[in-house]
Ligand binder design. Sequence first.
Ligand code: MN
Length: 419
Amino acid sequence: MKIIHTADWHLGHELHGFNRRLEQVAFLQWLSNTLKSQQADVLIVAGDLFDTVNPPASAQNLLYEFISNNHKQIPHLQTIFIGGNHDSANRLEAPTPLLQKFGVITVGRLPKKDDNSLNFNQILIPLKNRDGDTKAILAAIPFLRQSDLPLPSTLEDDPLISGVRKIYDDVVKEAQKKLNSNCGLILTGHCYMQGGDISALSERRILGGGQHALPVDLFSSKVDYVALGHLHKGQRVGGRDEVRYSGSPYPLSVTERDYKHSVRVITLDDSGHVVKQEPIVVPRVVEYMRVPNRGALSIVEAIKALENLPLSAIDPGLDLRPFLEVVIQLTGPEPGLRSKVDKALEDKAVRLAGIQALTLGEKQSLGDITQAHSLDALEPEAVFCKLFEQKYLQKPDIELTKAFSEIMSNIPHYPGDQG
Ligand SMILES: [Mn+2]
């Protein structure tokens, strides 16, 4: 039996205001074809199908077209969607009665009975090969919200970790009652695991405080595979090959430019145990460029590089133009930075997806360069000068200091005035 594991599609996602529908269409078409060519029996999408709880109709339409295509091409395919932190559990589950007819099971939120106990009938899903034989039990656990978690049994326990652990333990215990020697056990999750390699800026810290990362020993060593979602880079967790993030299928931030996004193919033998797992790289339909390729340029160098950007002579059309990130090293304030970059790109068929302006003193905190003062003993002008020095490693010139004082004198009753 073959399973394809993917996650974090974020349908409806925009990059700096640019629509990405064509990339999303291309990915779903490619995935449909891959499911067919790989002769997959099961598709698991481990959360964050949509980018927002209220996705645009066009994004929902994409998903339904994908399901309908699969049903035509691979009628026996079983598809399991679990909710992520970006998804609305209700919205995901609303079309369930229809989707079931297409072999799709959606678990938007943790299924519970009226008495608040876990509804194992909905959590535990038998996965079948094409002959209709159950080869694995899938415990479909979605993103867990605080309200899903049981209270800790002792005060010493971290309530988050002990709550999530209890849910996984209970579910695995129940699943094992149904397992026989010819059947594997697969779990899903949408969470942030300790030691995970995050992609700068594109994933949210989902569980606040210092305890948002979960330990990998949460997952029993008896499970055959854990299909995770949330982190956008595919990776195994805690050195365990069977605990995996598939990663998102395309970049959700320009910083993911050099990373090869993929889906994961898992092959189970006749007794339901994993014999092989491998990534298949998702082809890109849009190019991601960075100026410069590594490091940063001064503004003069950067503008020159932008003017000489190596672009294809034919404009592929707005929705397929390359995304571009520009990284500039500043030595002082540059209020006209954006307009200079915009001007250099005026006639270029690219989409500016971010300007990263590096300042010289970025690694220091204000405390590193200034003696400890009580806040009310500091004049705003002094704070301004210190911050400027911290950022640019030089003092602001007289003109700038004067302009700052002028602004301050125009603010009626700033707190310093009140003594
Ligand atoms: Mn997520």
